[in-house]
Write a new protein. Structure first.
Length: 262
């Protein structure tokens, strides 16, 4: 029986992925935050991905071989850089980047033994920045860069690495208490905050059903022909294409600019 570790399975995408893999006969070990009381139809372990000792102990639960790791656990944080406290920034980076890679590190010996697969759940925010989303952008850009390096490192061992880049899907991430930074006293970002507040309310109530994203993540686990990056959601591939075109255009303009300096 194939074995998978999926982080953040109490709700949202992680719950959907764990449910789908369990239905297909996988032995799923799902992580839930300590203190969260949920009755789930797969094995669970209480784990905060920022707890180094608990992450190290995860190896004991995984065993000698692991077929798949889905790094899904994550948080959101919105706010202008002028109002983001260093502690808030460290928190989102710790969960979304350091925690994900710490879990990966703990699971790698077992993944190597099984020639397994790692799926990191990023975001379209890991491809293009938006106003007041800088902390979240920073965490997902970092996860994507880490994933690129990881993919190159693990290719000789037959371990696949994929990044799924969801657009807005209806999950609890935008309802979490940490989803917005503490409002600053300058009160110069009111109009932008209103846009973000309205978007978060829409995201929580009316954004797309997450099943398409669950299917993409599960597909990346099961299909050896899956691409490295998988943007998913209505129009999300076009967002990535437009941003890639802007990067290419910027490189061309940079070459022209540099020639004027000589």
């Amino acid at each position: 029986m194939a074995v998978a570790v999926v982080t953040g399975t109490s709700s949202g995408l992680g719950h959907g992925v764990a449910s789908a893999l369990t239905a297909q006969g996988w032995d799923v070990l799902g992580t839930v935050l300590p203190g969260v009381d949920v009755d789930l139809p797969w094995r669970t372990v209480a784990l905060d991905v920022t707890d180094d000792a608990a992450v190290a102990d995860l190896r004991q639960h995984v065993g000698g071989q692991l077929d798949a790791l889905v790094n899904n656990a994550g948080i959101a944080l919105a706010g202008p850089w002028e109002e983001i406290a260093p502690s808030e920034l460290r928190r989102i980076l710790d969960v979304n980047v350091v925690g994900a890679m710490a879990v990966t590190r703990a699971c790698l010996p077992a993944l190597r033994a099984a020639h397994g697969v790692i799926v990191n759940v990023s975001s379209v925010s890991g491809q293009a920045g938006d106003p007041l989303m800088g902390p979240y952008n920073a965490s997902k850009f970092a996860l994507e860069g880490a994933s690129e390096a990881l993919r190159a490192e693990l290719k000789p061992f037959g371990v696949r690495v994929h990044v799924v880049e969801p657009g807005p899907f209806r999950t609890p991430i935008s309802l979490a208490g940490e989803a917005a930074a503490a409002r600053g006293e300058a009160q110069v970002y009111g109009a932008q905050w209103q846009v973000v507040d309205d978007w978060m309310a829409w995201h929580a109530a009316s954004s797309a059903d997450p099943q398409a994203c669950v299917d993409a993540i599960v597909g990346a686990v099961l299909r050896t022909d899956a691409p490295f990056r998988i943007p998913v959601g209505d129009g999300i591939a076009d967002v990535v294409r437009r941003h890639a075109a802007k990067v290419a255009e910027s490189a061309t303009r940079a070459e022209e600019f540099l020639r004027t300096l000589s």
